[in-house]
Design a protein around this ligand. Structure first.
Ligand SMILES: Nc1ncnc2c1ncn2[C@@H]1O[C@H](COP(=O)(O)OP(=O)(O)OP(=O)(O)O)[C@@H](O)[C@H]1O
Length: 191
């Protein structure tokens, strides 16, 4: 579903990624590890097609959804309005009835503007979009942050679902979390 072939990325004079190779198929969860500034977010943005490699190739089959950290939303919309907007943009996704059911299951108020959501609530909404919009490639930037215990439980369940439906790449600083959820890890920032 996702393939990086000898990918190099430079910003100005600084090389952030140097010859990254990566292949992720449906059914696999790969964790990106590495210190601050080692290029994890850059790799996710390349995978999403938001950046181009300076050298090398990035290939992807199917739609990708990037969950940035913190999640980015149109803050004046309510959760229900935002999901209606998302559904209009994404092909092959679920319907509004499913959206409302998921909001309930994730404990989120449908009619409150998102600017009144806490950071954990925004994170939950971002995770919910993965189930609703059904992308083939899930790109998650520090998905475990801002979540309470119940939110973390939802995330672990969601990643099991992700493993069934998609190719999943996630960036994290939490080694225990990476060990628990990932089939493989890729360590960035090593020379
Ligand atoms: N658009 C950009 N323009 C210039 N430099 C950038 C840009 N995006 C990222 N960088 C630089 O690339 C390097 C890698 O950044 P990136 O955000 O990918 O790291 P990261 O591993 O995700 O870090 P963190 O763990 O802090 O989230 C940093 O030095 C950063 O300043």
């Amino acid at each position: 579903m996702l393939r990086f072939e000898d990918v190099w990325k430079r910003f100005g004079r600084d090389w952030v990624l140097k010859g990254v190779g990566l292949e992720v198929e449906r059914g696999e969860v790969v964790a990106l590890l590495g210190p601050n500034g080692s290029g994890k977010t850059t790799l996710l943005r390349l995978a999403a097609g938001l950046l181009r490699p300076t050298r090398g190739r990035v290939e992807r089959r199917g739609e990708a959804l990037l969950l940035p950290n913190p999640p980015a939303f149109h803050r004046h919309l309510t959760a229900r309005e935002h999901l209606a907007y998302d559904l209009a943009l994404f092909q092959g996704s679920g319907g509004m009835e499913e959206a409302v059911g998921l909001l309930e299951a994730f404990g989120l108020p449908p009619d409150k503007p998102l600017l009144a959501f806490s950071s954990g609530m925004r994170k939950r909404l971002a995770l919910l979009r993965l189930l609703l919009l059904r992308p083939g490639v899930w790109l998650l930037d520090e998905p475990e942050t801002a979540l309470d215990q119940e939110g973390r439980r939802l995330l672990l369940e969601l990643l099991e679902e992700g493993r069934r439906r998609a190719a999943v790449v996630l960036a994290t600083h939490d080694l225990d979390f990476a060990r628990k959820v990932a089939d493989r890890t890729l360590l960035l920032g090593q020379g």
